[in-house]
Design a protein around this ligand. Structure first.
Ligand code: GDP
Length: 465
């Protein structure tokens, strides 16, 4: 090549490189929700849509609909200290015979995707060259977000609040023997006894979650310890107010628990928020309203408190703990009511209204603090088909699929309330939004879903213009 042509080409490349560098080409997306909300299913399906989706399956995602999306691949994970999100393992579960739901989220994990697309406008668009957007998806338990208020409380304040919660009449059967055991501890218990009571406290929280549908439980790592399973930093628990006032402040028991509480805040909660949460650009919070409705009024109330506490994590206004300590930069949050395929489509509006009502005022606040919040009803992986049956001369909407024991079934799941029903409703009738086996999924084709394209448009649309 003659030197002049070579120089022009070089300049062209440099210009393009500058243009590329100026483009927004990296998004860190957090996916969270209380365990069982559907994080694993959501991420598996999202990755699957990005790898195999077509425009007719993702019509609301503009870059796809405008035929500018060129494809995606799984790229090397950037943070080598994190567990990789096991997309292949999850897909294997869904594609085996019979299919099974993949194992749920137990800890933080990550997966990186490289998305190739043609920009719509701007310098790179004029050049007409494809651009790569790196999407890091970070999966983490919502229980860990609920630890945020600990940073503003002393051990005594935390203990008082939790002890009061443990006395709830509805939880008494589960909590009373553990509470009695703590009340009988002496001031100089050994580390061995403290560790044992802490383990029993963690089991108690699991029982409250399983049997009472409790979701606002602390500390989050007692429920899902991740890499900290068995570590002394988790060996603490609340003490009753009467016991704290009867024991001297320098009693070994109080000192040990206070020390560990502080270590948990400094060495577990703060690093999580600083290293992971504060580096997220976008966030999805998954919410399973239907299971709470099945369980009862107390459980729906708990979900409401939990949703408000979770959305509080996205308020970074002046004076907020998060704003002060970690400077988060999440500018879009999607609250998504999951498992919409458990109900008929005509109930989706009600499900959305119910989630809005459970979130109460917390839905509007982030906008005030500069974060855009959106809500959506979706199904990450459709396990049912929508249909209609004739009954007594009228048409009734139904869903059909396979029950968890593999039987084909047609169900009329009933109406979703738009707000928290009266207690009486559960005594008379209650709700039965029952789970289904996953659909039969073929290798190489996209998983069936509802509204993941809307989620993609909200989360990535502006980054792929
Ligand atoms: P995680 O704990 O948040 O990771 O929750 P999972 O993703 O493991 O979901 C828990 C369970 O909810 C799964 O095993 C499925 O039974 C069910 N589930 C999750 N997402 C969907 C969905 O989109 N449709 C249906 N029908 N069930 C779902």
């Amino acid at each position: 090549m003659n030197p002049l042509k070579h120089r022009v080409k070089q300049l062209g490349n440099q210009l393009e490189e500058i243009a590329q560098r100026g483009l927004d080409r990296h998004v860190r997306l957090g996916v969270t929700g209380i365990s069982g909300a559907g994080k694993t299913a959501f991420i598996t399906s999202l990755v699957n849509q990005l790898l195999h989706g077509e425009s007719q399956l993702l019509p609301a995602w503009q870059v796809m609909e405008q035929q500018r999306f060129l494809g995606a691949r799984i790229a090397r994970q950037p943070d080598l200290t994190l567990q990789p999100f096991d997309y292949t393992g999850a897909l294997d579960c869904l594609q085996q015979t019979p299919p099974s739901w993949p194992p749920s989220t137990r800890t933080i994990s990550e997966i990186r995707l490289a998305l190739r697309y043609l920009p719509e406008k701007g310098l790179a668009g004029q050049i007409g060259r494809p651009v790569t957007l790196y999407l890091d998806i970070i999966d983490y338990p919502g229980e860990w977000l609920l630890d945020l208020p600990l940073l503003q409380q002393s051990f005594d304040q935390w203990s008082d609040a939790i002890w009061q919660q443990l006395q709830r009449p509805a939880w008494k059967t589960q909590t009373q023997s553990w509470c009695a055991r703590v009340a009988a501890l002496s001031s100089d218990e050994t580390d061995g006894v403290i560790a044992e009571v802490a383990r029993d406290y963690a089991s108690l929280l699991q029982t409250l979650k399983r049997e009472c549908g409790a979701s606002l439980l602390q500390p989050g790592r007692a429920l899902l310890p991740g890499e900290l399973a068995g570590a002394p930093v988790l060996e603490w628990f609340p003490l009753p107010p009467a016991m704290r006032s009867s024991l001297a402040e320098d009693s070994p028991l109080i000192q040990r628990l206070t020390e560990r509480y502080s270590a948990y805040c400094d060495q577990v909660v703060k690093p999580f928020f600083r290293h992971y949460f504060a580096r997220l650009d976008r966030q999805v919070v998954l919410v399973d309203c239907l299971t709470a409705l099945n369980q009862g009024r107390d459980q729906v109330e708990q979900l409401s408190h939990t949703l408000q506490a979770l959305s509080h994590s996205f308020h970074y206004g002046p004076g907020s703990t998060l704003g002060r300590l970690f400077r988060p930069k999440i500018d879009r949050v999607l609250f998504a009511a999951t498992k919409a395929d458990h109900v008929t489509v005509d109930q989706h509006h009600n499900l959305l209204q119910l989630m809005h009502n459970l979130m109460k005022g917390s839905r509007r606040q982030p906008r005030y603090f500069g974060t855009r919040m959106e809500t959506l009803v979706l199904s990450a992986i459709n396990a049912t088909r929508q249909g209609q049956v004739e009954r007594s001369g009228s048409t009734v909407a139904v869903i059909s699929g396979q029950s968890l024991d593999g039987e084909s079934c047609v169900r009329f799941p009933g109406e979703v309330p738009t707000q928290l029903p009266e207690r009486q409703f559960w005594q008379q009738q209650g709700f039965r939004f029952r789970p289904f086996s996953p659909p039969v999924c073929e290798a190489g084709s996209a998983l069936p879903h509802m509204r993941l394209d809307y989620a993609l448009q909200f989360l990535l649309g502006d980054k792929m213009r």
